[in-house]
Design a protein around this ligand. Structure first.
Ligand code: SF4
Length: 264
């Protein structure tokens, strides 16, 4: 097994970065509603590629709607002018996009600009789901093409240790919220091994996987993505899940009748 390095990777540019090549989404242009000087997130995951929240403090606020709309239009117009392929416009970046006060309006701007410049591209949101029950956020997530929400097991103690929510977080409420999308949701879950601060962080045992599968049966997502840590994580001691273990979990998801992608 490959141990993560304990080295945080860099922050993303803001308000637009890329395009990057995504195995899942193809050629993807990133939309980052957070400042490029730091990270703002409602979680503080041990595996966050942006580093720990404390390591990435910033005094700058979220980007404005005008800033993101202008930058996105400029990028899309330039790509269209050069006839460059674009498959995806993805809300992600230095933290939790749905926590930004301009998130719902930014989604509408992205959908409108997508229709004008690159109608074949999909609009995706990668979110930890902590704000998904807020009506304006919920409605915006229903409007995007891919609503990808994080659920790293349904064990509250495990989530407290791995994802380290910085806002009130109730797993049962999250499962109910995810189910309220009536299938317009893709559940994304990380599986890993190793330990941090003396606590085992393995989540591939039956207690974790079985309860998580039961939650998927309730949520009835349109798809599930499972993956594992990459080499660069802020916490040392995290280790990649073995490929065979991920494949076995994916098969159990498919046995429920749900499509499952494995990212490795
Ligand atoms: S939810 Fe995403 S951005 Fe926030 S700490 Fe976790 S991995 Fe990082």
């Amino acid at each position: 097994m490959l141990e993560a390095t304990g080295i945080p990777t860099s922050l993303n540019q803001s308000p637009v970065f890329g395009p990057v090549i995504s195995r899942r989404f193809g050629v993807s242009l990133g939309v980052n509603l957070m400042p490029e000087t730091g990270k703002i997130c409602t979680f503080d995951c041990l595996y966050c590629e942006n580093g720990f929240n404390d390591q990435r403090k910033t005094h700058d606020g979220y980007v404005t709607l005008e800033q993101v709309t202008s930058a996105l239009e400029k990028a899309l117009a330039a790509m269209a002018e050069k006839r460059e392929r674009l498959d995806d416009i993805c809300f992600a970046g230095n933290g939790e996009p749905t926590a930004s006060p301009v998130f719902p309006a930014a989604v509408d701007a992205a959908l409108s600009l997508r229709d004008r410049y690159t109608p074949e591209a999909r609009v995706t949101v990668l979110s930890n789901g902590t704000q998904a029950a807020r009506p304006a956020v919920h409605d915006a997530l229903l409007r995007v093409d891919r609503n990808v929400l994080k659920l790293d097991t349904v064990d509250a103690a495990y989530i407290a240790a791995l994802d380290r929510p910085r806002v009130p977080y109730d797993v049962e409420h999250q499962v109910e919220t995810f189910a309220s999308f009536n299938g317009h949701v893709i559940v994304q879950t990380i599986f890993l091994c190793g330990s941090y601060a003396g606590r085992s962080l393995g989540n591939m045992d039956e207690a974790h996987v079985g309860a998580w599968l039961s939650a998927l049966e309730r949520i009835k997502p349109e798809g599930v993505t499972i993956y594992t840590v990459d080499r660069d994580t802020p916490a040392p001691g995290l280790m990649k899940a073995p490929r065979e273990a991920l494949d076995a979990i994916a098969q159990r998801v498919r046995d429920l009748g749900l499509p499952c992608i494995v990212g490795y």
